[in-house]
Design a protein around this ligand. Structure first.
Ligand SMILES: N[C@@H](CCC(=O)N[C@@H](CS)C(=O)NCC(=O)O)C(=O)O
Length: 216
């Protein structure tokens, strides 16, 4: 099974953490150039996005981190053994938890906007498109920081995994790595990320740039 993505991508890491936690074997097929406009560079994802899952050469591809996580859980459940208890966005139905999911996925997208536009695209960081994205991103993180204890308290204690927690960890660790926005005002998120980062699945997936094989 192939996961098309990048070791430096927070969306790819969400899928990788799910796969490791659920013990579903896969190989990462790195996309080396995110500026390419050829779909075949993204495993034929027409949206030119990563990650994407291909279960076999003949299988239909699956686009997007959440879809991939859901499929990994299905694959794990098809095997004998205890079924994993996974917390999905729809599991928690308070306004607070729904808002927390909305804002963590907003943050995931804002991070792509800032990294792709400013660091990769070399566009003006002060343009309103980025200035507003940065302000909204910081606002979302501050809200999450305030609400985190209550959101975690709504989680079932016997969970195997929570998509919200995995996404939050991948996001905060990515922000720390890329330095897109300051994290000094969100100590609970930093503390949460440090704690989650001790999990084996997190240790196995540190952010790094994949290196293309040398031309021979
Ligand atoms: N909706 C997709 C979004 C994935 C996404 O934005 N991935 C980033 C990499 S972390 C990407 O493909 N960036 C390249 C681009 O935006 O052109 C998902 O949930 O997986």
């Amino acid at each position: 099974m192939e996961l098309i993505g990048r070791s430096s991508s927070h969306y790819t890491r969400v899928a990788q953490i799910f796969a490791h936690e659920l013990e579903v074997p896969f190989s990462l097929v790195p996309v080396f150039d995110l500026t390419s406009t050829q779909a075949d560079c993204y495993g034929d994802n027409p949206a030119l996005k990563i990650p994407m899952l291909r279960e076999s050469a003949a299988a239909e591809p699956l686009f997007g981190a959440q879809n991939i996580c859901r499929r990994l859980v299905e694959l794990r459940r098809a095997r004998p053994g205890e079924a994993p208890q996974v917390v999905w966005p729809e599991t928690l139905t308070s306004h607070r938890s729904r808002n927390a999911n909305e804002l963590v996925w907003h943050g995931m997208a804002a991070q792509v906007q800032l990294v792709f536009g400013i660091a990769m695209g070399k566009l003006d960081a002060e343009n309103v498109y980025f200035a507003k994205a940065r302000r909204g991103f910081i606002g979302a993180l501050e809200w999450l920081d305030q609400q985190l204890p209550a959101v975690l308290a709504e989680h079932p204690p016997d969970r195997t995994l929570s998509l919200f927690e995995v996404a939050l960890f991948c996001l905060i660790d990515h922000v720390e790595t890329r330095g897109t926005v300051p994290l000094s005002g969100v100590p609970r998120l930093v503390e949460f990320s440090g704690r989650f980062g001790e999990r084996e699945s997190a240790r196995r997936t540190p952010y790094r740039f994949d290196v293309p094989p040398a031309n021979t």
